[in-house]
Design a protein around this ligand. Structure first.
Ligand code: SF4
Length: 302
């Protein structure tokens, strides 16, 4: 599918959260691009609340490149007093194919590194390995973690759900390579898609595979279904799993999230598999005073 790149100038780049995020530990988010070529069928950014385009179809066909992001970031960081964690890639994949050409993510990381800001990178792409040099420096100076989203290792489901993202196997290999050079990497097991990715077999396979690749954590999360995003996902179900429609209606009712009891049960199962394979179910905390990452497995903390 042809993809159009549009070069744009952004007025601001850092988004300050109302309070630090409990899961990703960040106080700021930053997105070098608008739109995402990976075209995941469950992507929450396609809902009206987050969609950067007027038309959902544009989300994976038009990628806006924030060409002045590094310069804007420099200015914005110079006004901040606290060196809080910046999440890179909360509403787009910062290492989608366009990054090979424009390298905005790399330039942004350079700025964060120069200013000693810790960062949490969220991606599905092993292109992140290109920037190991900068990530190593940030790790040594402050704190850097790289989270790879993995929802399943089933090749048929992956093809259907994440048609243009690098394979989960490549993501696991990237975790291994980052871990081997001392960069903390882990897995965001999100979203755990009801009735497709929530079997005990899939939960265990993802946690086991992550641990075996050197992931330091696996954090689990459910799937929201809002407006556009819901329409797209329900269409996928209608075409491929029509028998699941009724089950989804029962599980979600008129809410955007599954029934809470269901979510708690799934989170507990993932936590149990994390214990079994000795991997955390939370991102290791940043402790600025000692500038060390908590890497020891500590189930009390969990
Ligand atoms: S990689 Fe992330 S941002 Fe990109 S389409 Fe998939 S879920 Fe959405």
């Amino acid at each position: 599918m042809p993809v159009k790149y549009e070069l744009i100038h952004c007025k601001s780049i850092l988004n300050r959260l109302k309070r630090p995020d409990d899961w990703f530990l960040c106080s700021y988010t930053l997105n070098p691009y608008r739109g995402c070529q990976h075209a995941c069928q469950y992507c929450y950014v396609q809902s009206e609340k987050y969609l950067p385009f007027s038309n959902i179809e544009e989300f994976s066909k038009t990628i806006q490149v924030k060409v002045n992001a590094p310069q804007v970031l420099k200015k914005e960081l110079s006004k901040l007093r606290d060196k809080a964690i910046v999440a890179v890639g909360s509403a787009t994949d910062p290492y989608q194919p366009v990054e090979q050409e424009y390298r905005i993510t790399r330039k942004v990381l350079d700025v964060l590194n120069d200013r000693n800001f810790p960062c949490h990178i969220l991606t599905k792409s092993d292109l992140v390995l290109r920037d190991v040099d900068i990530l190593s420096e940030i790790s040594k100076k402050s704190w850097c973690v790289v989270s790879f989203t993995i929802t399943t290792l089933d090749a048929n489901l992956v093809k259907m759900l994440e048609p243009r993202a690098p394979s989960p196997e490549r993501r696991l290999q990237a975790i291994k390579k980052l871990s081997d050079v001392g960069i903390v990497a882990g897995v965001t097991f999100m979203p755990i898609i009801p009735y497709l990715c929530d079997t005990n077999e899939n939960l265990e396979k993802v946690v086991k595979g992550s641990a075996a690749s050197g992931a330091k954590y696996v954090i689990a999360g459910g799937m929201t279904l809002r407006d556009n995003q819901k329409i797209r996902f329900v269409n996928l179900l209608k075409t491929n799993f029509p028998k699941l429609i009724k089950k989804y209606e029962k599980l979600y009712g008129d809410k955007i999230s599954p029934d809470r009891a269901y979510e708690t049960k799934i989170e507990q199962k993932v936590a149990d598999f994390c214990k079994k394979y000795r991997v955390r179910d939370r991102v290791p905390k940043y402790i600025p005073s000692s500038r060390k990452i908590q890497t020891k497995i500590d189930y009390q903390y969990q």
